[in-house]
Design a protein around this ligand. Structure first.
Ligand code: NAD
Length: 505
């Protein structure tokens, strides 16, 4: 069944969603949603400006006490209904997500949308497990307990690569813990965030709990990050912008959580299953056209299997079908925009100019529409470890392969990056993989796989990849504050410690 719809008609009421209703006359600059596979504008909308951000924060602030007072079971019930509602509208979400990002429909249908529904479902359950330390007595005169309390209004800023998943990752732990949320999605991919807020309304989540303000980063984003009634700022995006946002928010005394860029190593030892490593590398590099913060970007491969790995990856990559996201035969769609494609191509051309070997790819396909932002899967070798393409985040379908001779060298190369988001190690030797799991500096280490995520486990990086966790109950550490309640159990008015301060006469 075809679930395509006319986007301009569907979002005619506006894209900002505040206090349970769309805002028809937002006061920000006009924004465009463009189909990156053709270059066609599918929606022009008035971006959210400071006025909508103020209204959204006010709505979130007004809604928060009652939402919190619903308690874990009450919030859980509403969020479970949201998961059901999202499942009902899954085909529409798949269409909108693929249209605005250019990701293959198959990826939206089998990964983005079910992953998002599962995450909502997880947080519906986790809302009932906001545990702290059990009651304890560390002083003979007191009982201590811990209250885990929401912060208030959470301001979230999300990127364009996985718009629905990012919206869910940012909003769900916040609201499950009793906060209310104002989310600023990337201005070029607002559609599924708005659909999430509409689904929440349809599921009976009270107005004001989830608000969406699509608008420009420096305008709507900075206004949100510095708003006096926002208690915490949660950001996912590039390292550069994340540092700026955290600086602004921290300067205003707010808690921050940053999920930033990555440059994941993919370490292949000589005893790895060669076919699994080759297939794993191609999938982990090309998922979402390589626009994935955890994508495999640096294949670090033992010299004895290096040539076989390179030719295996090149063979698979050259057969990858790049094209229309809605063609079931398409493996990877376009990048997010021609400007981003040109940025990716620039990295490859500079590497080529510096003497790197482009084994496959390194060009645009010839059969895709001229307005499309497609780029061929690309494998690069013969680069120095400090080359730009080895060090900087390219965020495209580009894999660099580097050989190594010893285990020490492999781990040293893998850790030679400012980033620390994800890494993988491929070997059949349990001692090797255990050592690598300990020594690789990253928020996630996969063993004989690369990319899978699950709602129950944390996602987040270190160093230039940020700090704090999305998903799992670990994310509640970001979105709650722990209050110590210490209660006297002696019923004695005149306590010995008082005498240290004053001596009653
Ligand atoms: P970006 O940093 O350009 O934009 C992210 C968001 O910040 C957008 O909503 C944008 O409008 C907003 N923004 C831009 N300037 C701003 C400002 N001055 N103040 C406030 N907000 C501002 O990133 P992008 O290009 O949308 O996304 C790609 C980046 O995101 C990559 O670096 C990728 O690695 C990273 N990413 C990280 C994770 C993770 O979990 N670590 C997940 C997805 C993407």
């Amino acid at each position: 069944m075809d679930h395509r719809f006319d986007v301009a008609e569907r979002f005619a009421a506006g894209t900002a969603f505040v206090a349970g209703a769309p805002v028809t006359d937002a006061d920000g600059r006009e924004q465009e949603v463009i189909d990156p596979s053709t270059g066609e504008v599918v929606l022009r909308y008035a971006g959210a400006g400071p006025r909508e951000v103020d209204a959204a924060v006010a709505a979130a602030r007004a809604a928060q006490p009652e939402w919190d007072a619903l308690g874990p079971a009450g919030r859980s019930t509403a969020l479970r209904r949201l998961a059901v509602r999202l499942e009902e509208i899954a085909p529409d979400l798949v269409f909108a997500e693929s249209l605005q990002c250019g990701k293959p429909e198959r990826l939206s249908r089998e990964f983005d949308v079910p992953g998002s529904v599962d995450n909502v479902d997880f947080f519906a359950g986790a809302a009932r497990r906001l545990d702290g330390l059990a009651v304890a007595e560390y002083s003979p005169d007191h009982t201590s307990g811990v209250r885990r309390e929401p912060l208030g209004v959470v301001g979230s800023i999300a990127p364009w690569n996985y718009p629905l998943q990012m919206a869910v990752w940012k909003v769900l732990p916040a609201v499950a813990a009793g906060n209310t949320a104002v989310l600023k999605p990337a201005e070029n991919t607002p559609l599924t965030s708005v659909m999430l807020a509409e689904a929440a309304r349809d599921a009976g989540v009270p107005p004001g709990v989830i608000n969406i303000v699509p608008g420009e980063g420096p305008v709507a984003g900075e206004h949100l990050a510095t708003h006096p009634d926002v208690a915490m700022v949660s950001f996912t995006g590039s390292t550069e912008v994340g540092h700026r946002v955290a600086g602004l928010a921290a300067g205003a005394g707010k808690r921050t959580h940053l999920e930033l860029g990555g440059k994941a190593p993919f370490v292949v030892f000589d005893d790895a299953d060669p076919e699994a490593a080759v297939h794993g590398a191609v999938a982990a590099c090309l998922i979402n056209s390589g626009q994935d913060c955890t994508a495999a970007t640096r294949a670090i491969v033992h010299r004895s299997v290096f040539d076989a790995f390179v030719s295996g990856v090149a063979d698979l990559m050259s057969g990858v079908r790049v094209g229309d996201p809605f063609d079931p035969d398409t493996d990877i769609g376009p990048l997010i925009s021609p400007a981003h494609r040109d940025r990716v191509a620039g990295f490859v051309e500079r590497a080529r100019g510096a003497g790197a070997r482009v084994v496959t790819g390194g060009r645009m396909p010839t059969h895709t529409p001229p307005g499309g932002a497609h780029y061929r899967p690309t494998l690069i070798t013969d680069v120095a470890r400090d080359a730009e393409i080895v060090r900087r985040e390219v965020f495209g379908p580009v894999l660099v392969a580097l050989p190594f001779d010893t285990d020490d060298e492999a781990l040293d190369l893998a850790n030679d990056t400012p980033y620390g988001l994800a890494a993988s190690v491929w070997s059949r030797d349990a001692y090797r993989t255990a050592r690598a799991s300990r020594e690789l500096r990253a928020g996630c280490v996969w063993v004989n796989d690369h990319i899978p995520i699950i709602s129950e486990m944390p996602h987040g990086g270190r160093d230039a990849s940020g700090y704090g966790k999305d998903m799992s109950i670990y994310s509640f550490e970001e979105y709650t504050t722990v209050k110590h309640v210490m209660q006297d159990i002696t019923a004695v008015a005149r306590k010995p410690w008082h005498r240290t301060v004053f001596t009653p006469r």
